[in-house]
Design a protein around this ligand. Structure first.
Ligand code: ADE
Length: 238
C-alpha cells in the first residue's frame, strides 16, 4: 500500500513512520510513504500557499491553486490514481471501518491543510474529507499520521501477531476488556482472580462482561451495533 502526503511541513512524518512497528513495516515494504512539499507547486518568489479569506475574518486560508496543481500532478504520476483524502474537523468521523476500507486501497494521497483551513473549491478534489474528532488541530499532519497508523496495522504482516489486530476494541463494536500482566499483585491492586484460574470459559465470560461494562460506561452509543443478548442489555442498563 502506498501513502503520499501533501504538506507544508513534509519533514514531520518520517520520525514517526521510521520508528517501532511502522518503521519495521515500512522497511519490509508492507507500505511505502512519501511526503511532498506543497510549496513545490507555487510559482512566486515567496512560495506562497495561503491568503486572507474573502469577506474578512481571522487567519489565513490555503490557496486553491497549489493544491489543485499538486493533486493533479501527483495523480497523473504512477500507475494507480490515488484516493484523495483531505482532513478537516468538518469531515466524516474517522473510525475503524473507514480505516479497514482504506487499507484495501492501493494508493492514498493525504492532503494536510494548515492555517485556518482550505479554500472551499479545493475540496472538489477530495474523494473523502475526514475528521479525527470534535476538536481543532493546528494542521492535518497529525491526523494523517493517525490514519496511516490505523491502516498499516491492518495490513497483512504489519503486526507480529496477526491475532492482535482482531480481538480488540471496535472489531466487535464493544470497547476492549481490561488486560493485566505480571505481577498478579502490584501496590495492593490485584489482578481479577478469574484471569489466573486457567479456566478459558470463565475468562471469556469475564472479558465479555468487562467489555460490556466499559462500553456501557464510556461509549453507550456503541451498544446498539454490538449484537447484545437480552441478558446483556439488562446488565448494560444496570
Ligand atoms: N484539522 C484540524 N482539526 C482536525 C480534526 N479534528 N480532524 C481532522 N483534521 C483536522
Amino acid at each position: 500500500m502506498r501513502f503520499e502526503a501533501l504538506s507544508v511541513f513534509p519533514e514531520v512524518f518520517d520520525p514517526y513512520l521510521d520508528a517501532s512497528i511502522m518503521g519495521r513495516a515500512r522497511r519490509a515494504r508492507i507500505f511505502s510513504f512519501q511526503a511532498h512539499d506543497l510549496r513545490d507547486w507555487t510559482h512566486d518568489r515567496h512560495r506562497t500557499v495561503d491568503d486572507a479569506p474573502f469577506g474578512g475574518g481571522p487567519g489565513m486560508l490555503m490557496k486553491p491553486a497549489p493544491i489543485f496543481e499538486a493533486v493533479e500532478d501527483l495523480s497523473a504520476r504512477g500507475e494507480a490514481r490515488p484516493r484523495v483524502v483531505f482532513f478537516s474537523p468538518c469531515g466524516r468521523p474517522f473510525d475503524q471501518g473507514y480505516a479497514a476500507d482504506l487499507a484495501r486501497t492501493p494508493r492514498v494521497l493525504l492532503v494536510c491543510a494548515r492555517y485556518e483551513g482550505v479554500d472551499e473549491r479545493a475540496y472538489s478534489l477530495a474523494d473523502d474529507v475526514v475528521s479525527l474528532g470534535d476538536y481543532v488541530l493546528t494542521g492535518g499532519e497529525l491526523a494523517a499520521l493517525v490514519l496511516i497508523d490505523a491502516c498499516v496495522r491492518l495490513l497483512p504482516g504489519a503486526l507480529g501477531d496477526e491475532a492482535s489486530a482482531q480481538d480488540e476494541s471496535f472489531s466487535a463494536s464493544l470497547l476492549e476488556y481490561a488486560q493485566y500482566t505480571r505481577p498478579a499483585s502490584y501496590r495492593g491492586m490485584d489482578v481479577p482472580e478469574v484471569l489466573l484460574s486457567g479456566d478459558h470459559a470463565r475468562v471469556d465470560a469475564w472479558r465479555r462482561a468487562d467489555a460490556l461494562e466499559r462500553t456501557a460506561r464510556w461509549r453507550p452509543d456503541l451498544l446498539d451495533g454490538a449484537g447484545l443478548t437480552d441478558d446483556e442489555w439488562a446488565r448494560a442498563r444496570e
